[in-house]
Design a protein around this ligand. Structure first.
Ligand code: SF4
Length: 350
């Protein structure tokens, strides 16, 4: 069924572009990276907006471009300052990749002008390459993210079941490519993403306000909320025990994550009890906190324990453990949840 719907949409593509562009011109959100545009600002916004809400990104983006207004300034920035500026935005590998990208761009005569060129740079996948190249350089390549998948599968009444978002992206890629506006690809891509983000919601889409409603098979069949069909993600539950230890001077014991940990490398967190305190007393548990990272659900129990000679001996043996005074604490980069929890616990134990 959706094949013929897709063909019919492609046949009507000039009308589809016309109404979509008109709606985008009139109603797009005013965002700082749209008000003043440059390839650098587009790149920063695309990195920050991966897996993060736009409202959360705006203040980070403004501070970032004020501190480092172009690729050169970012390339020359200190890595610790870059990580600190990202504190609270999550998925910290993005910050390291963006920093590395700026350094690579500086080695080139000019940034790449096509998606094929961008995809060679650190942290740039197919989606980000298409977004940057189309928005900043007019490369006619389709952006396909979760929002675009939702809009296109609904427009074509595509009821296939996809095993995950990646499979859905792959499945709609040919249609997305057939629909791209070769004259204004950047605005077209942004319009489709904007439609998914502000009108074609996963639940309760605002079909009555939708500029492309006349093209929509799912709306005609009253089946929009049932599309796209994605298999539920497997969720992993992880329980961790953390330590909250302060020495006589009030310094706090922290662990700096090293190596290539996907989410935490370079960040500081309260240390895990494993290897430091084999046996914990339930009476010492002062908090139980929860957080989610992608499909992982963490439950972190925090124990306040005294400094003992045995603990000091074990701390000295691990180069990633260190004591941070309250003043140092403010300068370190902690993961967002741990920054909040440490603040609460320090206040309680003051
Ligand atoms: Fe989405 Fe409704 Fe518009 Fe169809 S009509 S694209 S379901 S908002």
């Amino acid at each position: 069924m959706f094949r013929s719907e897709a063909e019919s949409l492609i046949e009507r593509v000039p009308d589809f572009h016309r109404v979509l562009h008109a709606w985008y011109d009139a109603y797009h959100r005013q965002l700082p990276w749209r008000e003043v545009t440059s390839p650098y600002r587009t790149t920063v916004s695309e990195f920050m907006c991966q897996q993060t809400q736009v409202d959360t990104v705006i203040p980070y983006f403004n501070r970032w471009v004020a501190a480092w207004p172009d690729f050169r300034a970012l390339a020359e920035a200190d890595e610790a300052a870059v990580m600190k500026a990202w504190e609270g935005l999550g998925y910290y590998r993005r910050a390291r990749n963006l920093h590395a990208l700026a350094r690579e761009v500086l080695l080139m005569e000019a940034p790449p002008r096509t998606a094929d060129g961008w995809i060679e740079l650190p942290g740039v996948g197919a989606y980000t390459a298409a977004a940057i190249a189309s928005i900043a350089y007019g490369d006619p390549v389709a952006v396909v993210d979760g929002n675009v998948v939702r809009v296109l599968t609904r427009l074509t009444g595509d009821t296939r079941t996809f095993k995950d978002n990646g499979a859905a992206v792959k499945a709609v890629d040919a249609l997305a490519t057939a629909l791209i506006d070769p004259v204004f690809p950047g605005d077209y891509n942004q319009a489709l993403m904007e439609l998914g983000a502000t009108v074609c919601f996963r639940k309760k889409p605002l079909c009555a306000l939708c500029p492309v409603r006349e093209f929509c098979a799912a709306d005609a069949r009253k089946s929009a909320e049932a599309i796209p069909r994605l298999l539920p993600k497997a969720v992993e539950h992880i329980a961790l025990n953390r330590l909250f230890v302060r020495d006589a001077a009030g310094a706090l014991l922290l662990r700096r994550y090293a190596g290539d940990a996907v989410t935490l490398s370079g960040l500081c967190e309260l240390p895990e009890a494993t290897d430091l305190v084999p046996l914990l007393d339930e009476a010492d548990r002062i908090a139980v906190k929860k957080r989610a990272i992608t499909t992982r659900r963490y439950t972190e129990s925090i124990y306040a324990i005294p400094v003992t000679p045995e603990l000091l001996r074990r701390v000295r043996r691990d180069k990633n453990l260190f004591w941070a005074s309250p003043a140092e604490l403010a300068t370190l980069t902690l993961s967002g949840p741990h920054r909040k929890w440490v603040g609460e616990l320090m206040e309680r134990s003051a």
